[in-house]
Ligand binder design. Structure first.
Ligand SMILES: [Zn+2]
Length: 264
């Protein structure tokens, strides 16, 4: 069975779509794909499986796919702040490993306190790092009453203050509240496959029901990284994406490089 999406059809458009369009009995068209054909006056023709035009598999047409990792709000703590929030000598308890090697979600959580509201049970990600950083979505910002800028992780100079409450104490963070800028982690081997370098700005497109394009996604390359497109919950919801879905790279540094895409 093939799931025929609007994105599939658009990538075929450059080569011309057959009319009528052949589908086999098991094939499914997404509603958007059905509309796409209808809008162009293309009818469907049911054919035996062997006769059907197999839609190009992603590998065949050079699609470069990247798995999605959706980050909910979370906190990275400095070693001093782990102790300030949970008590002297305290160590975080790993609960679940994350997709990036060595990173874990801790059992411990904190409450964020903003000028307008609080958010409880905010997960701490470990291990602890140099400076404490709190990553929220824009939607969370409305709940808290504070609107941090979109920044890459670690770039916290001049960002807003926020208060963290743990089971053993409170920390008033002077700066470190951000909305994380989306980015792709990849190994040097992946970087070679994708023909990109550290710091490149990728253009990637969601392949779900809403084919949103993320036009400025920063590449971070390290031998420790696994291939992952990191977005926050607002971005995921807007693009109908879940962790484990795939996006396709369609260009970099402001230029869409996939020929098919120029037909859009
Ligand atoms: Zn990341």
């Amino acid at each position: 069975m093939t799931l025929i999406t609007e994105t599939h059809l658009r990538t075929q458009l450059v080569k011309g779509l057959p009319n009528p369009f052949p589908i086999t009995d098991g094939d499914k068209l997404t509603p958007a794909a059905a509309d796409f054909l209808k809008d162009r006056g293309i009818s469907l023709r049911h054919v035996a499986p062997s006769e059907s035009t197999i839609l190009p598999r992603s590998e065949d047409i050079g699609l470069k796919l990247i798995p999605v990792g959706v980050s909910n709000r979370h906190v990275h703590l400095s070693p001093e702040h782990v102790e300030a929030l949970f008590g002297g000598g305290y160590a975080l308890t790993p609960q679940r490993e994350l997709s990036q090697k060595g990173q874990f979600a801790a059992r411990e959580t904190v409450t964020l306190v903003g000028p307008k509201g609080i958010i409880q049970h905010v997960r701490i990600l470990g291990p602890s790092r140099g400076a404490t950083q709190v990553e929220i979505s824009r939607t969370d910002g409305y709940a808290l009453g504070v609107h941090p800028p979109v920044r890459l992780s670690g770039d916290i100079q001049g960002t807003p203050s926020i208060t963290l409450v743990g089971s053993g104490g409170t920390v008033v963070l002077q700066q470190g509240l951000i909305i994380a800028k989306n980015h792709v982690h990849m190994s040097p081997e992946d970087a070679q496959t994708f023909q990109v370098n550290e710091g490149d700005h990728l253009i990637v497109q969601a392949m779900a029901e809403r084919p949103i394009i993320f036009a400025d996604t920063i590449v971070r390359v390290s031998a420790h990284f696994s291939l992952d497109f990191h977005i926050d919950l607002d971005e995921a919801n807007a693009a109908h994406l879940n962790t484990g879905d795939k996006v396709q790279m369609i260009g970099k540094n402001g230029e869409i490089t996939r020929a098919e895409r120029r037909q859009l």
